[in-house]
Write a protein that binds this ligand. Structure first.
Ligand code: ZN
Length: 194
């Protein structure tokens, strides 16, 4: 039986690159988005995914909103996002997640958190009776390389990454905004030499 190719899709740079790469290989992936009801960016993120969907080629897509109004989004992410995912995950799936080098080496504790996550993922799925294999195709890439690729593919502008927008605009202050801003200015300087 063919396995399902499931991408955990936020609409950000990493998961969108994975989706793009699978489609380019002739695979029709299933993009799964599980968001918490209290996520303030819920509409903004969805808007990005809607735009990207039109540009990426053929894939299947499902979005679920879960959680209780009394949760914080951080509680959800830390305590039960992983479990919640398996309620929507088809059996026999390769599950793609956009973890990259910064996640592996740029956060503390350096390696343990990452290893725990991976160990938990497949075993938690098994407890739910679902067979999954976690795939981390960006594991050895740096964020700048990912941004570079997304720029070349023309998908950069449609991705949303700000964690705390001011109205409809990115804040420029949060970690993802700063990272993208730094890359963008480096990119623009380099192009001005040509
Ligand atoms: Zn921001």
């Amino acid at each position: 039986m063919a396995r399902n190719e499931v991408v955990l899709w936020s609409g950000g740079f990493d998961s969108t690159l994975i989706l793009h790469d699978l489609i380019t290989k002739g695979i029709i992936p299933f993009a799964l988005t599980v968001t918490h009801i209290n996520n303030l960016l819920i509409n903004k993120e969805k808007e990005s995914r809607d735009k990207l969907e039109k540009r990426l080629g053929e894939f299947d897509r499902k979005e679920y909103i879960c959680g209780k109004a009394t949760d914080t989004v951080a509680d959800f992410t830390r305590d039960y996002w992983l479990t919640e995912l398996f309620n929507y995950m088809p059996d026999n799936s390769n599950v793609y997640m956009g973890i990259h080098m910064l996640d592996v080496i740029g956060r503390k504790p350096v390696r343990k958190e990452f290893d725990d996550f991976i160990a938990d993922f497949e075993s938690k799925a098994q407890q739910k009776g679902i067979n999954v294999k976690l795939e981390l195709p960006l594991e050895h890439m740096y964020k700048d390389d990912i941004l570079e690729k997304m720029w070349e593919l023309g998908l950069f502008t449609d991705c949303w990454n700000c964690e705390g927008p001011q109205g409809l605009l990115p804040c420029g202050e949060c970690m993802p905004c700063k990272r993208v801003g730094k890359w963008r200015s480096k990119h623009e300087n380099r192009n001005s030499w040509i």
